[in-house]
Design a protein around this ligand. Structure first.
Ligand code: GLU
Ligand code: ZN
Length: 314
């Protein structure tokens, strides 16, 4: 049993790298015949747009993915937009040991003498004092001394973090009242019964904090798989030089979605066949998340965009 999910932020069009992660998350859930949940992570009102949400869902459907629960199909664990779940985050906050913090970034940096650019470990300045009453406080959760999280990522392998030393008390609600991703994602994954989290490698560093929060809230901890990012055929981070990197642009260029799926699957080492076209469903046979390549996946975008869709071999 491994109920899975994909949780896009509707701040723009879906990138090919996002599509690859979504496809892997879908395959990991569907390979075991399990449910797949779509959740829209629109915590940031400035960057989230309903038209982006619509485009993302449409692009994912175009690619051949489907979901059992989501903002457009409903389900028993809704609502499926984070902007509609604030009362759940507030209820979770009540159950945690938190305190208000009025430190500015600069004060924190100066207190710990962190080099510019590095994320400093919060030194706990507001733990035992009344904060500056003139400032709107952020809310931090108290991370006790010796807090250590260990887990084994299905792709990245064994991980360990001393939360108190490497992160410190972290923010659950920002001083502009926005809920922190770390809290929202845990509350939602717990409430939605997510058993397996498959997402981009950039979120590996958030995972220890999240596992710690699952435990603090008494919720079962899902398994984690952080998939490597997608790069161009030259090994460089995908950018405009490589051509169209948005799924929407690829789609507008008239590329067959099955060619996109085949190119993405090749990027994680799929050797099922020499076929140029395949559907997500066809990829399910023999799929094993653990056996995808650990290195960044390479995609020959130029080739994908340049060639007309060939006919399927007989
Ligand atoms: N909303 C996050 C993103 O789009 C993903 C969060 C997650 O999968 O935990 O990057
Ligand atoms: Zn503070």
């Amino acid at each position: 049993m491994a109920r899975g999910r994909y949780a896009p932020s509707p701040s723009g069009r879906l990138h090919l790298g996002n599509a690859r992660t979504a496809l892997l998350a879908w395959l990991a859930a569907r390979a075991g015949g399990d449910a797949f949940v779509m959740r829209i992570e629109d915590l940031d009102p400035q960057r989230s747009r309903p038209e982006h949400e619509r485009a993302i869902l449409e692009d994912l459907r175009w690619l051949g993915l489907d979901w059992d629960e989501g903002p457009d199909v409903g389900g028993p664990h809704g609502p499926y937009r984070q902007s509609e779940r604030f009362d759940l985050y507030a209820a979770a906050l009540e159950r945690l040991d938190t305190y208000p913090c009025t430190c500015t970034r600069r004060e924190i940096r100066e207190a710990v003498r962190a080099p510019h650019g590095a994320t400093p470990v919060y030194p706990g300045s507001c733990r035992d004092k009344v904060g500056n009453p003139e400032r709107e406080p952020a809310i931090r959760v108290r991370v006790p001394r010796g807090s250590r999280v260990e887990f084994t990522d299905a792709i990245a392998g064994p991980q360990a973090e001393r939360l108190d030393e490497e992160v410190g008390d972290f923010v659950l609600r920002r001083n502009d009242d926005a809920w922190a991703y770390q809290l929202a994602v845990v509350v939602d994954d717990a409430a939605m019964g997510v058993e397996q989290v498959v997402r981009g490698a950039d979120l590996l560093e958030s995972t220890a904090r999240q596992i710690w929060l699952f435990e603090a809230l008494g919720a079962p901890v899902p398994s984690f798989a952080h998939v490597p990012l997608l790069v161009g055929a030259d090994g460089e981070k995908l950018n405009k030089r490589h051509g169209a990197t948005d799924l929407g642009q690829v789609r507008d260029a008239g590329v067959d979605p099955r060619r996109v799926v085949a190119a993405l699957a090749r990027s994680w080492g799929w050797e099922g066949s020499t076929r140029d076209c395949i559907t997500p469903r066809e990829l399910l046979e023999g799929f094993a998340l653990e056996s995808i390549e650990r290195e960044p996946g390479r995609v020959a975008l130029e080739a994908l965009l340049a060639e007309p869709a060939p006919l399927d071999p007989p």
